[in-house]
Write a protein that binds this ligand. Sequence first.
Ligand SMILES: [Zn+2]
Length: 96
Amino acid sequence: MEEKIKCPECGTILENGQLECNNCDYKLRNYKSIAILGYVLSFLFPLAGIFIGFYLHSKYNKNGKIILVISLIMLLIFLIIPWASDINLSYYYYYS
Ligand SMILES: [Zn+2]
């Protein structure tokens, strides 16, 4: 299925992969640096990644959804790591 996106400025339907709106010359690649920042932040600071993901998603940028998913996975991992190390610690005390 081909993904179609809407121009955030004028609402014209743009073909997948199209970087410029042929109606109002809106440039989607303006968000490329924000998307890169979003990918980096999603790994280091998932909460900031979620924020950028929502922002890009609201701008019809397909990276938004991916950044949101990565951020949520990383957030889960960050929540699980302290919990998992607690479990290991209690096992350690149990067997010693
Ligand atoms: Zn447009």
